[in-house]
Each structure stands twice: as structure tokens, then as C-alpha cells.
Design a binder for this molecule. Structure first.
Ligand code: ZN
Ligand code: MN
Length: 505
């Protein structure tokens, strides 16, 4: 019933090795105040110098967000006092940022929507204040690290949509390799502004919510504000323009400060930094660094490999996973099976060991080899899963694991027939029962065969050889197939789900 206008201000820490205007190391988690120098500490008389890697990343993001790139980016001083800001000003951009007027095309609740980007600008981060009891400590390691600020137009409407936008954005910058997107460590930070109004009346009074450090908080805080502000308007009240904070323990926003007037930062061009004019070569480098973005890649995966949208989404969530997938397929693996294994068994192990694919000992080569061993029936499905787990645990190629464990599938019909006969001989009661038409003990016999061969007998062969022994009808054999390809418990019995299937015959 009210119209909602939500805009986001996102800050991302760029993955440069050094700070944006000096040569200090830019890293998270180092010993406090070890990555500092006169420039980032704001000593008088020092000269900042622009980090080319940082400005390149800024242009890459601006370009990926479809911004018009500025032929002259100006650095300006944003003046304010804060203990973690040693210079008493932040070098930022105001009149002429890196990029302007971009957009992101989103799909939200099955509808296409364009979110406009107001601007992208490069600036330096401040230090960090750490409050211990009643004293405050200052760590200047972060002071002067490159920060990219992305400001959207108020085109978002509800918390869920803002969350989807932010996830989309995070995936993009991670793909571009310019930011790790870690919200907990603060490498991606989000402030949101929101206003609501009667339809057709335009923007309402703007409320800013600061420091939303997870997707969930962005969604919850915005939806809370929509409720809160709607109630005020329902009562005929007015909303005050203010800054609020999300209280994660109480699930509500709380007023931090009421803005009486716009801050006057007295921006002016930094006399120590000349405007940056990207050269033709520079812009070519930017162009060359623009990798295929996740959305385009998802579409291509669906078309090229016949995957479903959700499979492609899963694979393209991380660039590493998408690259891994394509490499495995290029080696000759089946696109469908590779996608299935990555999304199920591989993912399960990653969760269990709590690691990321890039840190695991699985490589495209090893996955291809494993799938090939399965395809050529040298191992069967259950063994393949065990091999995969051993790759994770022991960091060895599949073929070595199979040899060491003597896991190669038995495909020699004579050998299998020998075992089948042995098992029938050892279990005359079961055999007689089957001969008299009661198929119940089939599962048990199969279990015994698999146990004797340590699960290595080729299931298809076990099936056909058993058929020869008992000459079953086709229907009965089909249900036996279910038992054979099903899972076996440790002691060689067929898992309960499968034995039930046999009873129904
Ligand atoms: Zn420095
Ligand atoms: Mn900023």
C-alpha cells in the first residue's frame, strides 16, 4: 500500500597487495600497527601515489556494472574528524568518480528488473577502533587500504530483493577477482537507505541503516523498517530522517543519530594527487580483465552442457568451481555426470571436511579419472564414492587408491559364477526357498556374494549369473536389479529400503 525505495551503499575492500596511496601491505589479520608508514599515518609533508592495481580494479568493477567510465577521475579530500582517521580527511571521490550511471539486470521472483547504479568511486579505508572495557585501541593497518564504494539508485523494494542484489553483486566481484566478499571480515560492507511514501508521492524521508554485515541482516533490517515506517504513516505520523543500527539480538533497528542537516565534508581536490586519466592501453587492460560474468556463464552452461538452471547456478556460484567443471568436461568427462558428482558427492565431502573445492585434493584430472573408471566399469558406484573420499583424505590419484585397496571390479564371469555357486551351496535353505518360488532370500544371497567379493563383483554380471542359476522371469529380475544397484550395509546385507522392494514381488 506504500511505495518503498531502497538504495544500497556497498563498500568492498580490493584485493591489492599494497595500500592505495602507499606501499604498505594490505592484509587482514596482521599484528596491529605493523603495516603503516608516514603516508597512511597522515604525517605532514608526505606525498601519496596512486596504486595502479587499485585503480584498474575500480575501472573493472565500474565496467562490469555497465557504468560510463570517467575519462578523468578526480581524487578529493572528504574532511571530517574521527580517531581512526589520522589525516582528518579521507581521500575519496566526489565530483568525478571512476564510473557513473550503470545498471545491474536482476531476476527477482521470476521478474526481470534493472537496478541502476549511481556511481562507483575509489577511496581509502580508515583504521580500526577496538574498544576494550573503557579504553579504545587504534589499529592503523587498515588505514589507507583501497576501498571501492558502489552506490545504487533507490530501485529496490523489499529486503529479499536487496538480499538477492547483494548476493548477485558479491558473486560478481568474486568472479572478477577484485574482492573476496567476506562480510564477516568486513571486506564487503553494506549500508542501506530506505524511505516509504504514499504511491505516486515520490521518495519519503530517508532512513539510513548502517553496518549490515550479513545478507540476512540486510533483509531483516529492511523489512523491519518497512513495517516500522508503515505503522508510523498509518497513524498519520511523520518519519524522522535519521541513521539507525540493526540490533541482531533483538531483531530490530534502533536510532543512532538524528540527522539535523546534511554533513558538510567540504570536499576539494587533493592537491597532492593529479586526476587519473585512463590511457587507451589502460582501458584495454581493463577490458581484458573482464572475465565472463556469472549470469552469462550460467546461460552458456545451460545451453552448452544441457544442464538445468539450478545446476548451472550451483556450478557458477564460485568461479573456481565453474572453471573446475569445464576443465573436467574438456578432459572428456560426461557433462551431466560431472555436474551431478560435483553437486552431490563432492559437495557432501566438502561440507563434511569443511573446506572449499580449491583447497581440497580433488583436481579436474582426478575427477575425470574417477568418472572414467566408473564409465568403463572398472569400479562400480559404491566403490567410486569410497575412492572419492580417499582422494580427499589421502591426496592420491584414483587409480593408485584402487590398486592399493584392491578395489577393481570383478568382471570375469567365471570368477563371479564360482562365487555365486559357492554362496548357493553354503545357503541351501535360501536356495530351495527361491527355487520353490519365494524370492525373499534373493537380497540375502546377493548380500553374501557382495560380501565375499568385498563389494567388487560387477552388479550386472551378478544379476545375469543368478538368473541363470534360478531362471527367473523378467519382472523378478527387474526387482532384483534394484537390490543389486542399491546400497549394502557393512555386513553385506542389502539395506532395508531395498529388501522391501523385493518382498513386493
Ligand atoms: Zn603506508
Ligand atoms: Mn565511502
Amino acid at each position: 500500500m506504500y511505495q518503498t525505495f531502497i538504495g544500497l551503499e556497498i563498500h568492498i575492500q580490493l584485493l591489492t597487495k599494497t595500500k592505495v596511496f602507499c606501499g604498505c601491505r594490505a592484509a587482514f589479520g596482521d599484528e596491529p600497527n605493523t603495516n603503516v608508514c608516514p603516508v597512511c599515518m597522515g604525517y605532514p609533508g608526505v606525498l601519496p601515489a596512486l596504486n595502479e592495481e587499485a585503480i584498474k580494479m575500480a575501472y573493472i568493477v565500474a565496467k562490469a556494472l555497465n557504468c560510463s567510465l570517467n575519462p578523468m577521475a578526480i581524487f578529493e579530500r572528504k574532511n571530517y574528524f574521527y580517531p581512526d582517521l589520522p589525516k582528518n580527511y579521507q581521500i575519496s571521490q566526489f565530483r568525478s568518480p571512476v564510473g557513473k550511471n550503470g545498471y545491474v539486470d536482476l531476476e527477482f521472483r521470476k521478474k526481470k528488473k534493472r537496478i541502476r547504479i549511481r556511481e562507483v568511486h575509489l577511496e581509502e579505508d580508515a583504521g580500526k577502533m577496538i574498544h576494550v572495557g573503557d579504553i579504545s585501541l587504534l589499529d592503523f593497518n587498515r588505514a589507507g587500504t583501497p576501498l571501492l564504494e558502489i552506490v545504487t539508485m533507490p530501485d529496490l523494494e523489499i529486503g529479499e530483493e536487496a538480499e538477492v542484489f547483494l548476493q548477485h553483486f558479491r558473486r560478481m566481484v568474486r568472479h572478477l577477482g577484485v574482492c573476496d566478499g567476506n562480510m564477516e571480515e568486513g571486506s564487503l560492507r553494506c549500508d542501506a537507505n530506505i524511505s516509504i511514501n504514499h504511491p505516486g508521492k515520490g521518495l519519503g524521508k530517508k532512513v539510513e541503516i548502517k553496518n549490515l554485515n550479513s545478507f540476512k541482516f540486510v533483509r531483516k533490517a529492511l523489512n523491519f523498517e518497512i513495517e516500522r515506517q508503515s505503522e508510523i504513516l498509518d497513524r498519520g505520523g511523520t518519519i524522522s530522517q535519521e541513521t539507525r543500527l540493526w540490533n541482531e539480538n533483538r531483531d530490530l533497528t534502533m536510532s543512532m543519530r538524528v540527522k539535523e542537516s546534511e554533513n558538510d565534508y567540504r570536499y576539494f581536490p587533493d592537491p597532492d594527487l593529479p586526476p587519473f586519466r585512463p590511457s587507451k592501453e589502460f582501458l584495454e587492460k581493463v577490458e581484458a580483465s573482464l572475465v565472463e560474468l556469472p549470469d552469462a556463464r550460467v546461460k552458456r552452461f545451460v545451453k552448452e552442457y544441457g544442464l538445468t538452471k539450478s545446476q548451472a547456478d550451483f556450478l557458477c556460484d564460485e568461479k573456481y568451481t565453474a572453471d573446475f567443471y569445464e576443465e573436467t568436461v574438456k578432459l572428456g568427462a560426461d557433462p551431466q555426470k560431472t555436474a551431478l558428482w560435483l553437486a552431490s558427492d563432492v559437495q557432501k565431502l566438502l561440507n563434511r571436511f569443511d573446506i572449499e573445492l580449491k583447497d581440497s585434493s580433488l583436481t579436474p584430472n582426478r575427477l575425470y579419472e574417477l568418472l572414467d573408471l566408473l564409465e568403463t566399469k572398472r569400479i562400480h558406484g559404491k566403490i567410486a564414492k569410497q575412492v572419492l573420499e580417499k582422494i580427499f583424505r589421502e591426496d592420491k590419484p584414483p587409480i593408485q587408491i584402487i590398486r592399493e585397496n584392491n578395489w577393481e571390479q570383478i568382471t570375469d564371469p567365471d570368477e563371479i559364477e564360482r562365487v555365486v555357486k559357492e554362496v548357493i551351496k553354503e545357503n541351501p535353505e535360501s536356495a530351495n526357498q527361491i527355487k520353490s518360488g519365494d524370492t525373499k532370500p534373493i537380497g540375502f544371497l546377493i548380500g553374501q556374494i557382495m560380501k565375499k567379493t568385498s563389494g567388487r563383483a560387477e552388479p550386472g554380471l551378478v544379476q545375469s549369473i543368478l538368473r541363470k542359476q534360478f531362471s527367473f522371469s523378467v519382472i523378478q529380475i527387474l526387482s532384483m536389479g534394484g537390490a543389486i544397484t542399491g546400497s549394502f550395509t557393512e555386513d553385506g546385507k542389502v539395506a532395508p529400503g531395498n529388501s522391501k522392494k523385493i518382498k513386493e514381488v
